[in-house]
Design a protein around this ligand. Structure first.
Ligand code: ZN
Length: 335
């Protein structure tokens, strides 16, 4: 308990609260800017079990806002979930950390939140948040929504059956390209830290049995503003009112344009387990710079960079067009 002495001194936590934290089980979805900061805070605070889920790998332009990662991780193209686990396990070996390198979609989201007392949204896209909302409302798991863009952030606690849910706030996801993204508006490290701190603090309050903040909050770190927002439950809400889980029932899309990147993710239609060495051999004559690590296979072809994960997913850099990305995937990976 020595490592937690200063935390135990906090009246609201105390020894009892610390024990509850150590029995806690949290799933953090997304391990980019928000997720790496939230995971860092919760692992240091001593939350017993932490599951970190992320589909991406570390790149140099992540480092200004992603806590935990360094230049070596970018050079080795480490999957973010694995890099976070390795770092945090050194910080606190008492905490059990599970890293899952996967894209969260309708077919796996319920499995991903299984066993979690609370789920933290550290994502960069609205579509997946609606999926988490469905899964968490259906299984009665509280979740904390958080989002950042430029110098602004927003966070809201969602307690199924008690508070408004994401679809009470936004009945449907905004149409594609209607919102600014990290690509167009950028994002500041400072606002990431603020929203991650708020999310982690609310999770800690949840574990120690303190009431969580009732209002959603909008912050702007540049202007220095803090705006609490009351979000009312809507009886006619499709998710928490009518308990229709449209996103869980939804069809998976094979492709997704990635936020903040000139890149497209392509998923194989069927589940696949890739043997990196075999594929590398096949690609030797048609691709350049073929490298296989323990976690990824990378190669270049037609001026594009491909990063392939074990589950057959590929992130193709240097392309923004979905049809073009699918063609390239079929041509070189053909799954
Ligand atoms: Zn609702």
């Amino acid at each position: 308990m020595k490592r937690y002495e200063k935390q135990i001194l906090i009246e609201e936590i105390g020894k009892e609260g610390q024990k509850k934290l150590m029995e806690g089980n949290v799933t953090i979805i997304g391990c980019g800017a928000l997720g790496s900061n939230v995971a860092n805070l919760l692992a240091r605070a001593g939350v017993g079990k932490i599951r970190i889920v992320d589909r991406d790998f570390v790149e140099l332009d992540n480092l200004h806002r992603h806590a935990l990662f360094d230049e070596d991780d970018a050079k080795n193209m480490m999957p973010k979930a694995i890099a976070a686990k390795e770092k945090l396990q050194k910080v606190n070996s008492d905490v059990e950390i599970e890293a899952i390198v996967a894209d969260v979609n309708a077919s796996n989201v319920e499995k991903i939140i299984e066993g979690a007392d609370i789920v933290i949204d550290a994502l960069d896209n609205m579509e997946t948040r609606f999926l988490i909302n469905d899964a968490c409302i259906k299984h009665n798991v509280p979740w904390i929504h958080g989002a950042v863009i430029a110098t602004e952030g927003f966070t809201m606690n969602i307690l199924p059956g008690k508070t408004a849910c994401l679809r009470c706030l936004l009945p449907s996801p905004p149409p594609p390209a209607s919102l600014p993204t990290c690509d167009t508006a950028g994002v500041m490290g400072g606002v990431v830290s603020v929203v991650a701190s708020l999310e982690a603090t609310e999770a800690i309050k949840f574990f120690v049995g303190e009431g969580m903040r009732k209002e959603a909050v909008h912050v702007d770190v540049w202007k220095g503003t803090w705006l609490p927002i009351k979000v009312e439950r809507r009886k006619e809400c499709v998710a928490c009112g009518k308990r229709k889980f449209e996103f869980l029932a939804g069809k998976e899309t094979e492709v997704a344009v990635l936020c903040g990147r000139n890149a497209v993710q392509v998923r194989p239609r069927k589940k696949a387990m890739i043997e990196f060495d075999e594929v590398a051999k096949r690609l030797k004559n048609v691709a350049e710079d073929v490298i296989a690590t323990d976690y990824i296979l990378r190669f270049k072809a037609e001026g594009k960079e491909f990063v392939v994960f074990e589950d057959g997913r590929a992130i193709i850099k240097g392309v923004a067009d979905i049809a073009k990305a699918k063609t390239l995937y079929a041509k070189y990976l053909g799954l």
